[in-house]
Design a protein around this ligand. Structure first.
Ligand code: PMP
Length: 359
């Protein structure tokens, strides 16, 4: 099988070492003679894996014991419901910033279970930037942001501080850049982009915020206090997804942590943006200061040429470059496990195509 360059936006590339170790665990998990797929979850081995994963999440995010970590099935979308269910009571409300598809979804989910105020939106500018000036009502329980907008290719370059608890959906950029994560009261992410495979969400909650949990009588399964008490085992956890995430976290840690991957991620993004900027054929819609290092979006005005480039990339082994269904064009995911060499190769194809179609 020829090598494939994987630019999928999620599920996405995983590190080759992680893939090999995950395959080995499917064959024979920790020399038990059983596959991880058939291994009991309420066992010392699995409790140990969950504990180690929790510790590594905190280490890599540079968080201390002021934070709790839990893992749950159901993806980030479940957290879009569960956060307001836990932290916004009747007569209270939460503030949200609309920076595109995934923040819109978070808003819609929250509206089903609580009162929401959308304090800013870049929708009228087709989500080409991140709004930063706005008023937040004094009674908002928290401010919700999506740190990286997977569909439109915008990203908060720093964790903001607006003077109220911050809830951050980091599904498409957790562990990808050095940031001051301590500014967040809640961090959540599906693991399938920068931290492993689908099936497991990481939820980090600051203890003082958790103590303010306002709703009582929550369904047990959706109560964060219960999840913490039960060490992420209210019911059968997504064992294999948690294990694959642990392998990914170990790999990051062993190589120098987030600082190591941050440097490589910046190199990849710089190279791709600079290559695209060289040619007027390519349109880069996102304002420079808000460009994402994780998802690079661009388009070509001429649809026929766009289709031609897509085919050219695929014929050369570059997959997953098509833009989000709601946005069109191209979207290149440069997540942690995408090698610099794949981006260099992609850039050479992008150059070759532009030179061939120079007007
Ligand atoms: N938030 C962001 C930023 C995303 O990119 C995605 C998935 N692409 C989600 C939330 C939804 O995640 P899940 O499918 O794990 O529910």
């Amino acid at each position: 099988m020829s090598f494939k360059h994987n630019f999928n936006s999620g599920p996405a590339a995983i590190f080759p070492e992680v893939r090999s170790q995950a395959i080995a665990a499917i064959e024979n998990f920790h020399q038990t003679g059983l596959s991880i797929l058939e291994y009991g979850h309420r066992t010392p081995l699995m409790y140990g894996i969950i504990e180690e994963a929790g510790k590594l999440v905190k280490k890599l995010l540079d968080l201390d014991d002021d934070f709790e970590v839990v893992f749950q099935a159901g993806g980030a979308t479940v957290q879009n419901y569960q956060i307001p269910m836990n932290f916004v009571a009747a007569q209270q409300r939460a503030a949200y910033i609309d920076t595109g598809w995934w923040s819109k979804l978070a808003i819609q989910c929250a509206q089903e279970v609580s009162e929401v105020v959308v304090v800013a939106s870049s929708e009228k500018d087709n989500y080409t930037h991140i709004p930063k000036q706005f008023d937040i009502p004094a009674d908002a329980q928290y401010l919700h942001i999506v740190t990286n907008n997977t569909a439109f290719g915008t990203q908060w370059q720093e964790i903001p501080d607006y003077g109220l608890p911050l809830v951050a959906d980091m599904t498409s950029d957790i562990f990808s850049a050095v940031r001051d994560n301590k500014k967040c009261s809640v961090i959540y992410a599906g693991a399938q982009k920068t931290a492993g495979i689908a099936g497991c969400s990481i939820i980090v909650i600051r203890k003082d915020f958790l103590a303010r949990q306002v709703r009582t009588g929550l369904p047990y399964l959706y109560d964060y206090q219960a999840a913490i008490r039960e060490k992420s085992m209210i019911n059968t956890p997504p064992v294999f997804a948690i294990y694959t995430m642990l392998l990914t976290l170990r790999h990051l840690d062993k190589n120098g942590g987030v600082a190591w991957i941050d440097k490589i991620n910046r190199q990849k993004a710089d190279l791709l943006y600079k290559t695209l900027e060289k040619y007027p054929l390519y349109r880069l819609p996102v304002q420079k200061q808000d460009r994402s290092t994780m998802n690079v979006c661009f388009s070509i005005d001429n649809q026929t040429l766009q289709d031609e480039l897509l085919a050219f990339l695929e014929n050369n082994g570059c997959f997953g470059t098509k833009g989000h269904a709601k946005v069109g064009g191209f979207r290149i995911a440069l997540y942690n496990a995408v090698p610099l060499a794949s981006v260099q190769f992609l850039c050479s194809l992008i150059e070759e195509f532009a030179q061939k179609h120079r007007s």
